[in-house]
Design a protein around this ligand. Structure first.
Ligand SMILES: NC(=O)c1ccc[n+]([C@@H]2O[C@H](COP(=O)([O-])OP(=O)(O)OC[C@H]3O[C@@H](n4cnc5c(N)ncnc54)[C@H](O)[C@@H]3O)[C@@H](O)[C@H]2O)c1
Ligand SMILES: [Zn+2]
Length: 369
């Protein structure tokens, strides 16, 4: 069972193919893109141990030769040292202008390898083979690539669309439960920002989906990718609508900064909490019904996910400091804060002019004491 979502971006259009067993068939899937039967793969140690042999067999079957660079796992890989190493390795491997680079892994590998492909010889094509839920529903689609620096996350990068995305939903079976649920935070985000029927469906099917039901996982990935593709088609470089994808993210980025981008709080966990806070803020401002934040939290809790500031282990800084961290986010305009807020489930909008004092009071009320 394979489904295809088209991302229509003119001469940068590509397909996202979603289904079980795609990695084992990768050779046939990418064959049409190749000018010679040879690819360079970037991956991490965890994914390599579980899935690199399958990819190599899938390529060999189609007569494609593969060479691979295996990087250490984790967010800290997404920085200058491993980026330099990757670009130099690709040059040493004699990857040429017409060749293809493959990113096999989660969002860290996709962002790093995509950025390396964007700058290598002024840009070579790349194929995303996302293996985490977060990467399948979010980071592999849309062409944002980049790395972190000492100044902050994702501050250096490029828009570079992949030539093809192969989301093998079968490999989600080896993803640790915590990483799966973190990715699910982004899935919930799509329902909350633009599709109330999808959110209703997640409320009904979410726990079975998390427990491993393949058909439900497939459906959740397909619907998420469709939503992302439609938004990216309308606004590839985030001049407008693409900002809706940042629902929960102004809060999330501040929480990630406050917890040192560590294992204390994964990105998708921060997004889930951030979505609940965005509905809290919307309700406080009288923009949505008062019971909606409770409904969002109830679903996250039913999934066994973190849904409140009090679910974050360890101490957090005070409300003023947290709001200051929100102000350091890219999404700040003239001392007012930009949030994605909602009139209802599935009806998010960009609010550019939020008074930081209101947010400070909200955080103060939510922080555990
Ligand atoms: N480019 C974008 O549009 C975009 C969007 C959202 C997030 N991101 C970026 O994505 C990154 C987070 O992505 P992530 O959550 O995938 O993190 P990740 O790449 O670190 O993967 C999470 C963990 O799961 C492991 N893993 C991946 N697939 C596996 C599998 N099938 N089986 C077992 N283990 C597996 C990885 O080795 C890693 O330890 C962040 O850097 C974030 O900034 C980018
Ligand atoms: Zn995100």
């Amino acid at each position: 069972m394979m489904e295809t979502v088209h991302v229509d971006l003119g001469d940068r259009a590509y397909e996202v193919r979603i289904g079980g067993g795609l990695i084992a068939r990768a050779g046939e899937e990418i064959w049409e893109l190749l000018r010679r039967p040879r690819v360079a793969v970037i991956t991490d140690e965890n994914v390599a141990a579980l899935h690199l042999a399958t990819l190599e067999q899938g390529l060999t079957k189609a007569g494609i030769e593969m060479t691979a660079l295996v990087l250490p796992p984790g967010e800290s890989t997404k920085g200058w040292p491993q980026f330099t190493r990757t670009v130099e390795w690709l040059l040493e491997a004699k990857v040429e202008r017409r060749d293809i680079v493959i990113a096999l892994g989660g969002g860290v590998i996709g962002d790093l390898a995509g950025f390396a492909a964007a700058v290598l010889r002024r840009g070579v094509r790349f194929v995303q083979i996302p293996t985490s839920l977060l990467a399948q529903v979010d980071s592999s689609v849309g062409g944002k690539t980049g790395i972190n620096t000492a100044q902050g996350k994702n501050l250096v990068g490029a828009f570079h669309q992949p030539s093809l995305v192969l989301a093998d939903t079968g490999v989600l079976a080896t993803l640790p439960a915590r990483d799966f649920l973190a990715g699910y935070g982004e899935v919930v985000k799509y329902g909350l920002l633009g599709d109330p029927i999808f959110f209703d469906w997640l409320e009904v099917e979410g726990t079975r989906l998390a427990a491993g039901d393949r058909a439900l996982r497939q459906k959740a990935v397909v619907r998420s990718v469709e939503m992302k593709a439609r938004i990216v088609e309308r606004d590839e470089t985030e001049e407008g609508d693409r900002a809706l994808l940042n629902l929960g993210h102004t809060f999330a980025h501040a929480l990630e900064a406050a917890t040192g981008y560590s294992d204390r709080l994964l990105h998708g966990e921060a997004v889930a909490i951030g979505c609940a806070l965005a509905f809290d803020l919307s309700a406080r401002l009288g923009l949505c019904a008062q019971e909606l934040p409770g409904r969002v939290r109830a679903h996250l809790q039913a999934m066994g996910m973190k849904s409140s500031l009090s679910d974050i282990p360890g101490d957090l800084p005070g409300p003023e400091r947290l709001v200051a961290l929100m102000g350091q986010d890219k999404k700040v305009v003239d001392g007012r804060l930009r949030f994605i807020l909602a009139h209802d489930i599935g009806r998010a909008f960009v609010a550019d002019d939020i008074d930081p004092a209101v947010v400070t009071r909200l955080i103060a009320d939510e922080l555990p004491r």
